[in-house]
Design a protein around this ligand. Structure first.
Ligand code: PEP
Length: 261
């Protein structure tokens, strides 16, 4: 049984004071200040690097985990401005995003670089959240599965089956990120099933434990329908994760359903 994972990707937003306000508001809304059974999903926040220490302090003993949004493929040396996987682990991150479409588009993060970063993270004990997804042009020309297959084959080329359980894969159709356009649940499920089958060919039975998140304009209104799909194991949330009320509603998608039935 895979535990669903919901990740807040703050991108280039929030100073330290905003971070503390957000986390205080989120913990209050979730009733998550102790170890009580407050949610059935794993919750992760990916603030900017400059707010990680503040986030760690504000989270206190809560089970919410931290992620970094990017990492260097290099271990150490003359790489001005970079942050290594070991540094990310040292800052208290259990997870790190790799291959987000914004990194691919604006910073030249290729599948080969994704493979190196994924290896570096696993070596440092940080779980990679490997983002894949097709553009609108690729979908419209029927290339979705070819693109996803290639991103998996090359991006995860260095991962041994014994470490596959550490991976999270985020399916993020590029046309749905930050656009307000969400993939229809059935459309997302079809892509997730293809990703699951591809992971099974690559990792055999170890693929069963890999969680596959959906990302792309997830919000409190559409999250429950997406999460109801059999191969969707979580959500990677951008815009709707910036407000504690909206992110808390997403995290508690199953409770809201209970309340309405
Ligand atoms: C993202 O940043 O990964 C993302 C999915 O953003 P949004 O939810 O705003 O589409």
């Amino acid at each position: 049984m895979r535990c669903p994972i919901i990740v807040a990707n703050w991108k280039l937003h929030k100073l330290r004071a905003d971070t503390r306000l957000f986390i205080d508001g989120l913990l209050d809304r979730l009733g998550a200040r102790g170890d009580d059974d407050w949610t059935s999903v794993e919750v992760v926040i990916a603030p900017p690097l400059t707010a990680l220490a503040e986030a760690r302090g504000a989270l206190g003993g809560s089970p919410i985990e931290l992620a970094a949004q990017a990492v260097s493929a290099e271990r150490s040396g003359a790489f001005t401005g970079e942050v290594s996987a070991e540094m990310i682990a040292d800052a208290g991150c259990r997870y790190c995003l790799v291959g987000h479409s914004e990194r691919r588009q604006s910073y030249g993060e290729t599948d080969a670089i994704v493979a190196r970063k994924t290896s570096a993270l696993l070596a440092a004990g940080v779980r990679p959240i490997v983002c894949i997804g097709e553009t609108l042009a690729q979908r419209e020309s029927g290339e979705t599965e070819r693109v996803l297959g290639h991103q998996i084959e090359v991006g995860l080329a260095n991962v041994p089956a014994a470490q596959a359980f550490q991976l999270v894969v985020a399916y993020e159709p590029v046309w749905a990120i930050g656009t307000g356009v969400t993939a229809r649940p059935g459309q997302a499920q079809q892509a997730h099933r293809f990703i699951r089958d591809t992971l099974e060919r690559r990792f055999s039975s170890a693929a069963e434990s890999i969680r596959i998140q959906y990302g792309g304009s997830v919000n409190p209104e559409n999250v429950a329908q997406l999460m109801a799909q059999p191969d969707i194991d979580g959500a990677l949330v951008g815009g709707a994760s910036l407000d504690p009320a909206s992110f808390a509603a997403i995290v508690q998608y199953d409770r809201r359903e209970d309340m309405s039935s």
